[in-house]
Design a protein. Sequence first.
Lengths: 326, 533
Amino acid sequence: MAYLELIDIEKKYGDFSLSLSLSADEGEFVSLIGPSGSGKSTLLSLIAGLEMPDSGRIMLAGEDITGKRIQERNIGMVFQDFTLFPSMDVGRNIQFGMKERNRKKRRDLEEKLLALVGLEGYGRRDVTSLSGGEAQRVQLARAIASEPSVLLLDEPLSALDAPMRKHLRAVIRSIHDSLGITMIYVTHDTEEAFAISDTIAIIHEGTTAGKKAAESLYRNPDSLFTAFFTGEGTAIPASAVLGEGVEGTLFFRPENVSLTEQPLDPDEYPNHIIFNGAEIISAEFTGEAYMLGLDWQGCQILARTTVKPRRRKASAMVLKAAALML
Amino acid sequence: MGRKVPGSYGLRALPAIILMAALFLVPAAFVFSTALRDNAAPLLATIRDGRTYSVLLFTLWQAFLSALASTAIALPFAAFFANYSFPLRKAVLALAALSFTMPTILTVLGFVIWYGNNGYLNSMLKAVFGLAGPVRILYSFKAIILAHTYLNFPIAFLLITSAWQSSASIEEKASYMLGKGRLRTFISVTLPSIWGSISSSFSMIFLFCFSSFMIVMVLGGHPRYYMLETEIYRRVYIDADIPSAAGLAVFTSVVTSALLALASWGRKEKKAHRSRRELRKARGPALAMAIIMVLLILCFLLPPTLSIIARSLISKSGDFSIGPWKKALEAGSGAIATSFAIAAIAALLASSMASSISLYAAKSGSRLLPLLSSLPLAAGSVTIGLGLLAASTALDLAPALRPLVVLLSHTIIVLPFSVRTVMPGAMKIPERLPAAAAVLGAPERKIISKVEKPLLRPYRKRAFCFAFALSLGEVNATMMISLGRITTLPVLIYDMINHYDYQGAAALGTVLLLEALAVFTIAEWGGKDHGIS
């Protein structure tokens, strides 16, 4: 039995409806990714008790917490916005939700948590003087201080710049690993989710097909939406490659495409799909490679190559095992 | 639309709502029942009386002229102050802000001492130009308009300056880049962004002047210049005709409510500006203009106030003397203490009530509660005073309890202003903040006391100071209720003005001025806004 279970949860707002089931094991780091308005934050609000589902149950450690008040759920949350209490300094913010009553122990814990998030000596600082990254770290420390059973993080890094995001996601992951706390992390940044999570669930139009490990989600997406949401790729009608009458769409990633300037003989490469006579219509330098856009019989193909092509015509091949039929 | 609000908020607001309802409904009920007795004869008589409409028309006309003068004069000053930085700019803005806490009686006193027939201005004109007689300014229609402009010009000046400064100049620059000239840019870009502040200044000043009392009583000086509020007072204290006064009070309340509704109709805030306007340093002609503008404002605002202080130290014969100070302080010590105590308690009650009401209204998204809290404003202080007078008489209240009635009248009169001061603070508390506290396991009472109330503190402090200053200067209801038995500081000053004891009035006026100044200083400085205001 999973530690946190969302069973047949339904929530309707006007035209939008959320309808899904999801679970997380104890100590698991689950990321929820999906486009804006897909229902990720709503899902966190339902788990936290900030909102109530229309139907369904939320189970935590075998206990039904669906009808429980926010205060009784013992669920921590780090919000996307600045939610530090401006009337309190950093230390008092962290101590706010502590269960420990002893003053000395509270102070010790405060210092420990500040060290954990890399803000030693910040205890007496005014929270309004903190930078965005510091404020989010204090939010994190404050949430952990209340010793929650599950920690929800609602796009905590979305307002920060790229280097700070990278740094803080490492901080979050190391806190997870050292405390073993179950974390549900919402983000719309796929790279962030891949880097930080044990498993990922894609939320799309209020529903999900369940969670998977990052690698599996990337390599074996179960739908075109998932395939394109988790990375770049090529989708072409299967009939264009495999012959008339074959239904479905063939999908492959740009790194699975090999290029050559010479035409390729399909008989020599029986395990590959061959695209001869493709025209290079775009070439973007991405830093570590070139992302090429190819036109093959009216179909667009994306290919990644470390060498800048010299000619406009090229042949491409993809290992059949790397191409998915979706 | 209403939102689901945790019970604690409603529970905390309930005593304040009950007290507010009682404090308003009791006097209102007495006024209405008196006006509607004998098949509504007093009210019908008021409606049929031609004088009612001549007084109403005069009241509307003077309020319109006063609002127009205040706003129109403020406009060029606001335009300059919103665009240039120069020495004394902040000091002049602070001086204008000070007038918010200036009791009306001080304006009256200052005007009598400065603009009076034997006032300082006339003495100066006589000495410089050798005029035979005084230039008659007071006790006329123009005196009423001048005093109203004096009192309200700073309001328009500050509101328009603030709105103008908040409107980003980048939009104007974009207009210039598109080839538009200064006039076209002003009409198409600048004016729409400050129009809200101009119209709201106008309507606010119009409403203030519509219910003006003390200025008309003293500086009008002729029954021809009676307005609705002074007419109610006249009917009570000169005609001794309370039913007729109640009839007019109900009529006045209906008109004021309609005006309030009209003033708030269609008011909406546009906020698309991303940054405040950068002030240009005034140099050359702009600096010369700055000096002229500062001098004009100082020459308009300061003399009446400074003349109160000067007159408190100079006797009728022109000699320096502090004797009348001692006399005035001896005579006025009771009034000073009474005023202080009433103002402190009324301000405490009003700001606490405003805090609970605003928090609940902001949480629930209620528009009804702020509207209900504005009702005393619509009724007017004279009507509330009349209602409480009628209630005290009907209940045969012991004279010892009259100060309590005065205190309650002050509380309900200042409550609308307190709610209006605290409400923006309550609206600014981010919804996520209490949610974050709740997720951390804090019960509602802890969320309110530790998270939300501290954020309201600067607003409560401002509301307290504003309410204190308003109560300190309140005379309308006090004069109605007190029957000459309770003397507050402004009532005593009013009495002294009537008895031509200007030095005594000026001495007590200086005390009142210092109190207002202290309250203003506390309201403006000290305390921390926690970044939400």
